[in-house]
Design a protein. Structure first.
Length: 408
């Protein structure tokens, strides 16, 4: 399942604030991907939204953003070019690296596909690259300018209608895409490559996919997006592309790869800057989110602090019962533990907190095997010996220090 798309911002190549959406899985994150949209499009194009949401349901977090001067991002589009788009991609990767983890997957649509091919070698953590309807030469985009191209070359700029919007295109953009060649970048990329392209693409012909495929080194794959148009306007085509990507990626995302770049000795919890309460939790090499539900102002992207307490109790109970069953050679089948938490008013004379309440964790243990009542009672007794259970019922001491972050 997907936790939905979070609104995030980060500085682009020029310092302008770029608007982005981060589609997060509800469960563990298998990988972070960076999505580059097509020329003069935006992160909110239907195909981009659908692919990101579908990949999030498969455990891949996707950051999609508006390039400088487009969509909801700041900056002047007329001052941008292909090179600045590549620089924006690097800025996006830096944002992920600093707030979550560096992208291991790059996905680019149309000219965005050319951009991810150009930048792949510059992001060391990238393990796989995907292009959708990408041109082999960035200068291919000049076909979209039609008769305005001559005016741009003669006068230095022109107003060009692309789709339903008018854009100012300057000579520097034309000169930049003409200077850029992807042949060497693709040949030296040394990253697994998946090429998705429709044979019916009227804007970027499928021969571009052939040229990319021939220039790239193995491992490389090509999948035809039958019947799709360039923009994947049919939701079924966008869904198919997402399914292909999700099926192809696991081969190149090592199953036992650490979720964190460096393990930590203890548990580290740090704000991400996304929403009011989202925190990145790192325990050893494992990463996950902590958050609060939307009902209390959170983004609901991860368990709440009290959920984590319940998780600890449930997991410890299950593991303790498994150890007992193995030692006594009991066939309990599969063990399941459900934990709920609530605050109860204490009776007069009972020890409670300052608010007159105590924390109550209700635990329900389910096993596959049928067993007599005395065995059920024994399991309850063993569950009570779970270390986390004992910690929750005992008086604990928390020692706290405050320090400043180490200077970078």
């Amino acid at each position: 399942m997907s936790a939905g798309a979070l609104r995030v911002e980060f500085p682009g190549h020029s310092g302008a604030t770029l608007a982005a959406r981060l589609d997060l899985p509800n469960g563990p994150v298998r990988a972070f991907a960076l999505f580059a949209h097509c020329f003069t499009c935006s992160k909110d194009l239907m195909a981009a939204r659908r692919i990101a949401a579908d990949l999030a349901r498969e455990g891949v977090a996707v950051l999609r953003f508006d390039f400088t001067g487009l969509g909801s991002s700041e900056g002047e589009f007329a001052s941008t070019n292909f090179t600045s788009n590549v620089a924006d991609l690097i800025a996006a990767a830096d944002y992920l690296r600093g707030h979550y983890q560096a992208p291991s997957v790059l996905i680019g649509h149309s000219l965005g596909g050319a951009a991810v091919l150009a930048v792949a070698k510059d992001i060391a953590e990238v393990r796989a690259v995907v292009t959708i309807g990408a041109p082999f030469d960035p200068s291919h985009v000049l076909h979209n300018l039609g008769s305005s191209l001559q005016e741009i070359e003669e006068k230095g700029q022109a107003q060009v209608v692309l789709g339903l919007k008018t854009f100012t295109i300057r000579r520097q953009f034309v000169e930049d895409v003409r200077r850029r060649s992807l042949r060497e970048a693709v040949a030296s990329m040394k990253k697994p490559l998946l090429i998705l392209h429709s044979p019916l693409d009227q804007l970027v012909g499928v021969d571009n996919a052939t040229r990319i495929f021939l220039a790239a080194k193995h491992p490389k794959s090509f999948v035809s997006l039958d019947h799709a148009d360039h923009f994947l306007s049919d939701p079924k085509d966008a869904a198919f592309a997402a399914q292909v990507i999700a099926g192809w990626l696991p081969r190149y995302l090592t199953a036992d790869a650490p979720q964190g770049e460096e393990p930590v000795e203890h548990v580290r919890v740090m704000e991400t800057g996304v929403g009011r309460f989202q925190n990145m939790v790192q325990a050893g090499r494992h990463r996950l989110f902590a958050d609060e539900p939307e009902s209390v102002g959170g983004s609901d992207t991860g368990p709440s602090p009290y959920d984590f307490l319940s998780i600890a109790l449930g997991a410890c109970t299950s593991m303790t019962l498994r150890l007992y069953a193995e030692r006594k050679q009991l066939d309990l089948g599969r063990i399941q533990v459900e934990v709920s938490h609530k605050k109860l008013h204490v009776q007069d004379g009972a020890a409670g907190g300052e608010d007159g309440k105590i924390d109550c964790f209700n635990r329900v243990i389910s096993v596959d095997a049928d067993m007599p009542q005395e065995m059920r009672a024994k399991l309850v007794e063993i569950a009570g010996k779970c270390p986390v259970h004992r910690t929750l019922e005992a008086r604990s001491k928390v020692e706290t220090q405050v320090r400043s972050f180490d200077p970078a």
